[in-house]
Design a protein around this ligand. Structure first.
Ligand code: MEV
Length: 440
């Protein structure tokens, strides 16, 4: 049987009924139905918690949760929880962290936690009337929101500023209220959106009232009120610094200076060429996303914000840069992001809570530094491999380990295989025939 028309009431079906529907209409084989059911959590209470994070849930999709130890950030040790499905990422982060912990560790600073919300509206009346109403009511509007901002203000947050932006030259009769928030340790998306929707009502009513009173009629139509995931004022700056000689340990054929120069060259390429920049930054987000996910934060928001920042001068560029000054090699990353350590999934997901405990209950700012450190560590390891042995050597080692695990070989054979494939290309067929030859 195939689906012939739209199904109504799908969301009302139980998860079991949804799976049956899949079986009947999409002829899902028994093996896949079993996989779906095997991946449900055995504890019904936990399963119902996970199911409710989303909609139409029929099972769970696991990704590994691992630890990258030895991160020394501003003199404090961290073991970083990472949720990621790609092999080599956690190992790469851990490897870089260990090396840099012996060379001063990561140094990081964070600029103010400014979050942005926008009320986009259409106004067909006089621009000067709009400006006048805004100027006279700006403070009052902030106070009108007091009932909605009270608990955030108690935590040191709230509305920090509102400005009126005239974009009518770019789009007919288009204006914005640009609202700056401090959301303390929360990412604050719900808080911001609630305030914006209330503020939009107050603003529309006030402008239209004053237009009427002053006999300069006009209509104000709110198009939408929503936070912006672009937070360029909420940035982490993180860097690593050591003498060039210390980098001599990465390749037998290269001195520390040669390594450093090649490394700088690689980041310069990622600065001028968008094709390379995207892959270079992807390596940064390998580390960042894994921590963002492990702590229950929104990786789509963090990615979108970072990529917009990478293109802030009109061309997509590397988020990190490297330089050599005299005998000193410096590698740094500057990236904006909006994350939280309270509220939302950070508080609701048991594994996110566990991650935050592992990170010693960081503030949002401390978490930003940890995320950036994982990003910079992964970036360092990726570029290091690329300019020395190439990326495949490490990947192939992992690939080989995975194949050997799948084939269920003993420790002795494992060691022999690792030795045999040191200088050879790894593939499932080759590894299998190596094992078969050995057992013959
Ligand atoms: C792979 O996930 C990431 C890299 O491609 C990053 C890079 O090329 O810098 C290795």
């Amino acid at each position: 049987m195939a689906q012939k028309k739209a199904i109504s009431g799908f969301s009302k079906l139980t998860s079991g009924q949804k799976t049956e529907w899949l079986r009947d209409i999409y002829e899902l084989p028994a093996e896949q139905l079993e996989t779906i059911s095997k991946h449900l959590h055995p504890d019904p209470q936990l399963q119902s918690l996970y199911s409710e994070f989303s909609e139409n849930t029929i099972s769970n999709f696991f990704i590994p949760f691992g630890l990258a130890p030895n991160f020394l950030i501003n003199g404090r040790w961290y073991v970083i929880p990472m949720a990621i499905e790609e092999s080599s990422v956690v190992a790469a982060a851990a490897h870089a962290a260990k090396f840099w912990s012996a060379h001063g560790g990561f140094r990081a600073t964070v600029t103010g936690p400014v979050k942005i919300g926008q009320i986009h509206f259409h106004w067909n009346g006089s621009a000067s009337l709009l400006t006048g109403v805004f100027r006279r009511n700006r403070e009052k509007m902030i106070h009108t929101m007091d009932p909605f901002t009270e608990s955030m203000r108690k935590r040191g947050g709230g509305i920090k500023n509102i400005s009126l932006v005239d974009l009518s030259d770019n789009l007919n009769e288009f204006y914005q209220l640009h609202v700056e928030f401090n959301t303390a340790d929360a990412m604050g998306a719900n808080f911001i959106n609630t305030v914006l929707e209330e503020l939009a009502k107050v603003w529309k009513a006030e402008v239209e009232r004053q237009a009427k009173v002053s006999d300069r009629p006009g209509e104000l139509e709110i198009t939408m009120a929503i936070l912006s995931n672009y937070t360029p004022e909420s940035r982490v700056n993180i860097w690593l610094e050591t003498g060039v000689d210390a980098l001599g340990s990465f390749d037998k054929q290269m001195s520390g200076r040669t390594f450093a120069e090649k490394f700088v060259r690689a980041t310069e390429i990622a600065t001028i060429d968008p094709y390379r920049a995207v892959t270079h930054n992807k390596g940064i987000f390998n580390g960042m996303d894994a921590v963002v996910i492990a702590t229950g934060n929104d990786f789509r928001a963090v990615e979108a914000c970072g990529h917009a920042y990478a293109a802030r001068d009109g061309r997509y560029r590397s988020l990190s840069k490297a330089q050599i000054t005299g005998e000193t090699f410096r590698f740094e990353l500057e990236v904006p992001m909006s994350v939280g350590t309270v509220g939302g999934l950070t508080s609701g997901h048991p594994m996110a809570q566990t991650s935050l405990k592992i990170l010693q209950n960081p503030s949002a700012e401390a978490l930003m530094m940890v995320i950036a450190a994982a990003g910079l560590a992964n970036n360092f390891s990726a570029v290091r491999s690329l300019i020395t042995s190439g990326i495949q050597q490490g990947h192939m080692k992992m690939h080989l380990t995975n194949i050997l695990r799948q084939l269920g070989v003993d420790e002795k054979t494992k060691k022999e295989a690792v030795e045999f494939f040191k200088e050879r290309t790894v593939s499932y067929t080759e590894v299998k025939s190596f094992i078969q030859d050995k057992n013959r």
